[in-house]
Design a protein around this ligand. Structure first.
Ligand SMILES: *[C@@H]1O[C@H](CO)[C@@H](O)[C@H](O)[C@H]1NC(C)=O
Ligand SMILES: *[C@@H]1O[C@H](CO)[C@@H](O)[C@H](O)[C@H]1NC(C)=O
Ligand SMILES: *[C@@H]1O[C@H](CO)[C@@H](O)[C@H](O)[C@H]1NC(C)=O
Ligand SMILES: *[C@@H]1O[C@H](CO)[C@@H](O)[C@H](O)[C@H]1NC(C)=O
Ligand SMILES: [Zn+2]
Length: 206
């Protein structure tokens, strides 16, 4: 489950993109590049795992646009089922590796009740120095976007120790409310939730 995480925390149970079926919240496979709620900023972190709440980033981190529908579904299904066994939640959002999306990816996501989250600010933290990432935040915020949906990676320690303290201070100083992706969409991070499996040794990662 190396790539199971983008971090999301609890949001409100209202969404224009989702419909409820009984107690199940079904998202419709839209590609989310921007937040829906003005003056919100959501910082997302790929490539965990980590200790926070959570969404799917596929099982083996492939470029999903190179796969068949069956393969795309397997990538999503294995991750969804592992997260559900361990945490007791069925995630409502997924982050496609490399941000690679096509109509097949969104169709499979929709069938799985999920939306596909990309970004409108790429910190490039995997690729450039912390100062360069900070400059990217700076330049983007200088254009006064209504919302910020930022891609970061939790696998680089300078993202946590340098880039984020800068970005958080900057965003807050410009009046952005820092929220989760679900909150920035006015939605809820999970399709359903229950207790985790009591005996995880009975969970088989297939
Ligand atoms: C992509 O989706 C189309 C439309 O459903 C389908 O016909 C096609 O087989 C899919 N491609 C792959 C590689 O699965
Ligand atoms: C951020 O932008 C301001 C101008 O908007 C500039 O004065 C400052 O040097 C920039 N800082 C970084 C780290 O790029
Ligand atoms: C984080 O990065 C700094 C330098 O960039 C390094 O000295 C430090 O050991 C790293 N910490 C961890 C926990 O990897
Ligand atoms: C947990 O599940 C495993 C495999 O199904 C089983 O062998 C084991 O006895 C179970 N443990 C408990 C405490 O129920
Ligand atoms: Zn990734």
């Amino acid at each position: 489950m190396r790539f199971a995480s983008i971090i999301l925390t609890l949001g409100l149970f209202t969404s224009a993109q989702a419909t409820t079926l009984g107690n199940i919240l079904k998202h419709s496979g839209i590609v989310i590049q921007e937040c829906a709620i003005p003056r919100t900023a959501a910082l997302t972190f790929d490539d965990g795992p980590n200790d926070y709440q959570i969404a799917s980033h596929t099982w083996t981190h492939p470029d999903l646009t190179t796969l068949t529908d069956a393969q795309i579904n397997e990538e999503m299904k294995k991750t969804d089922e592992a997260i559900e066994a361990i945490l007791g939640v069925r995630v409502a959002y997924m982050r496609p590796p490399y941000g690679a999306v096509n109509a097949n990816v969104t169709a499979v996501a929709k069938a799985r009740g999920q939306d596909v989250v990309i970004w409108n600010l790429d910190s490039q933290d995997w690729n450039v120095t912390p100062a360069e990432s900070e400059a990217i935040y700076n330049t983007t915020v200088a254009t006064n976007p209504s919302t910020v949906l930022a891609l970061n990676h939790e696998t680089y320690n300078t993202t946590a120790t340098e880039v984020l303290p800068y970005a958080i201070k900057l965003l807050q100083s410009r009046g952005y409310k820092l929220v989760t992706v679900a909150e920035c969409m006015g939605s809820y991070p999970y399709q359903w939730a229950h207790l985790p499996a009591r005996n995880l040794s009975s969970y088989k990662c297939t």
